[in-house]
Design a protein around this ligand. Sequence first.
Ligand SMILES: Cc1cc2nc3c(=O)[nH]c(=O)nc-3n(C[C@H](O)[C@H](O)[C@H](O)COP(=O)(O)OP(=O)(O)OC[C@H]3O[C@@H](n4cnc5c(N)ncnc54)[C@H](O)[C@@H]3O)c2cc1C
Length: 338
Amino acid sequence: MIYRNISLKPYNTFGLDYKADCLVSLKTEEEAIVFFRDRQSCGEPLLIMGEGSNLLFISDFRGTVLHSAIEEINPEENDESGVILSVGAGVKWDHFVEWCVKKGYYGVENLSLIPGLVGAAPVQNIGAYGVEVKDTITRVRALDISDGSVREFSNGECLFSYRNSIFKKDLRNKFFITKVYFKLGIIPSFNLRYDLLEEEVNKAGAISLRNVRQAVINIRKRKLPDPKVYGNAGSFFKNPVLSIPEAEKIIAKYPQIPHYPDDSGGIKLAAGWLIDRCGWKGKRIGNAGVHEMQALVLVNFGNATGKEIYDLSEKIRESVLEKYGIALEREVEIIGST
Ligand SMILES: Cc1cc2nc3c(=O)[nH]c(=O)nc-3n(C[C@H](O)[C@H](O)[C@H](O)COP(=O)(O)OP(=O)(O)OC[C@H]3O[C@@H](n4cnc5c(N)ncnc54)[C@H](O)[C@@H]3O)c2cc1C
């Protein structure tokens, strides 16, 4: 389905009313292959998009948005330890998690209630409450948008790291993900390392898949604004990862700063703490602001423009750099030009 001069308001969780010249919604892999072989009359540049829950538009998009609407979940294989599922890129991530919990499949329950579609999960290597999606993905199936050819990426080829993968770097907007393959456990196994999570599960009684999912949902609902009420894209900045000597200097000066070892060998510092200590939590400038419960989340109070939200993020970066000497990196992608 091709839409022209279409409002992107329903396609981004900041609720910004910018337009795209063209939006193509692709419902099957076959339809996508035909589209990429014969690009029809849709202009460049191309932007692949799911639900726009990790994007900030700062202008109209003068090009073609490619949207995956491939919605199917299929069991592929199973053995005594688990199952392999192939999941269409257009399935809502949280519908997939709920489906797994109902079936009794372990591995993605800590990632409950993350907005977005399954196709974006490997791009971002989504993570929450001590779990990253990379640990459940076996391969990713995608189409080369230059000619529609199919390519499958093994987990190793995806080059996953903290909120990052090859699809966000060298292959950004070059491969359209159609399916993601997950390996999930059928033997009970939980990750309750995140303190608050264990406490919340205990409130619900016994540890079970359903109770872990519900505990994650309860915590998230308390801490994060609902994009339907206040437009937002979750964490706007990444937690900075410093080398051990650099981190030790900061920790010696500010012993209260939350910090954790990172898989890369460095130390991850809590960006929310840095932003909060610069006095930004709950602050509002015009129609944009910093959420009162979570300093990492920037919100649209109703009529903000993308530029207002972007300018606020720049001010935050400047003050963290000035006070702590740390350059925060945005997790949210900026789309468009001023
Ligand atoms: C309230 C809230 C809470 C959040 N909490 C978390 C959290 O706890 N953890 C976390 O990791 N994230 C979180 N996020 C961020 C966001 O939900 C995730 O990054 C999500 O995976 C984005 O999915 P999407 O479908 O909206 O992707 P989009 O924002 O549309 O796109 C994100 C990136 O993926 C690419 N992409 C999307 N689909 C495809 C495809 N089919 N093929 C190739 N590339 C594609 C896009 O080009 C873009 O680069 C949160 C966001 C919100 C609004």
